[in-house]
Design a protein around this ligand. Structure first.
Ligand code: ATR
Length: 281
């Protein structure tokens, strides 16, 4: 299968989310397109959950070749497509859709690869045997669980505002390792080696209320969210004296490169984009 192309016109791509105006994906894919000499445009599409199915199908019939999917649509996207890659099937969440000439809509999930590439390759963290806490049990958390559990972590705890969702998600991945779910107030030490914020709370400027004792001076606190300046999660991490408090720019760029590969057959170099973001963001 090859993605559909029209001779001459720039191929259309974009990211669909709600809200989506904060997204840096157009900047990142713009840099990828330039460096790999690909003729494409990449836009933001703000679509509400009620209109997701109708409006996304309209985009594809209107000529869009591929979409990234961000909150809160990752699970809805897994239901919309007619084929899932094995990793998207496992996650039941989609962050990348490709539209092929035979009208197949293929759903993929590049989030896990983006996160592990950033942790391991960019940050030089060895994940084996680590105790990991994931905050949030939505589409973002789903995408990263299998690639993390494949690293033979010691334990994974998922904590969520709605505890039953954390428990349900843990049960879905229990075949891959030691994983449990709970509510935020049920969390307790000993401190975790890695804490990943996969909630969308920071979009509302919020941070879940967590008990003390979850962080020690070597804990890496990784916020899948990103933006200029500190996030509520990185501010919390610093207040707990975490070893490192990091925003998800690296994950964003690495997952984008994998989406670009699916759409265009080329994996662009991520270093120049990471450097540009480090300067600008
Ligand atoms: P995403 O694709 O970013 O995961 P999502 O599927 O809508 O988006 O999931 C959002 C996650 O952030 C959920 O875990 C949600 O908790 P609930 O399952 O209880 O809804 C969490 N979340 C959103 N706002 C939050 C807040 N203000 N405090 C804590 N958790 C929040």
């Amino acid at each position: 299968m090859t993605p559909t192309r029209e001779a001459g016109a720039a191929d259309q791509y974009g990211v669909v989310g709600h809200p989506v105006s904060h997204s840096w994906s157009p900047f990142i894919h713009g840099m990828f397109a330039k460096s790999s000499a690909q003729h494409l445009v990449y836009r933001l599409f703000d679509i509400t959950p009620e209109n997701f199915r109708r409006d996304v199908l309209k985009l594809f019939t209107g000529g869009v070749r591929g979409l990234n999917v961000t909150l809160p649509h990752k699970q809805a996207a897994a239901e919309l497509v007619n084929e899932l890659t094995p990793r998207a099937q496992r996650a039941q969440a989609v962050n990348t859709i490709a539209f092929f000439e035979d009208t197949t809509l293929l759903g993929d999930n590049t989030d896990g690869l983006g996160l592990t590439a950033d942790l391991e390759r960019n940050m030089k963290i060895r994940l084996a045997d680590k105790r990991v806490l994931i905050l949030g049990a939505g589409g973002a958390a789903r995408g990263v669980l299998a690639p993390l559990l494949e690293r033979e972590l010691r334990t994974v705890m998922i904590a969520n505002r709605t505890p039953a969702k954390a428990q349900g998600l843990a049960a879905e991945f229990a075949d891959m390792g030691a994983i449990n779910g709970c509510g935020f107030s049920e969390l307790s030490g000993p401190p975790y080696d890695l804490i990943i914020n996969a909630t969308s709370a920071s979009l509302q400027g919020e941070m879940p209320l967590l008990p003390d004792g979850l962080v020690h001076d070597e804990t890496v606190c990784y916020d899948m969210a990103y933006g200029r300046g500190p996030t509520p999660f990185t501010t919390w991490a610093k207040s707990q004296h975490a070893g490192r408090a990091v925003k998800g720019w690296g994950m964003l760029v690495e997952q984008a490169a994998e989406s670009f590969l699916l759409w265009r057959g080329i994996r662009p170099h991520t270093e120049p984009v990471l450097e540009a973001l480090a300067k600008d963001a």
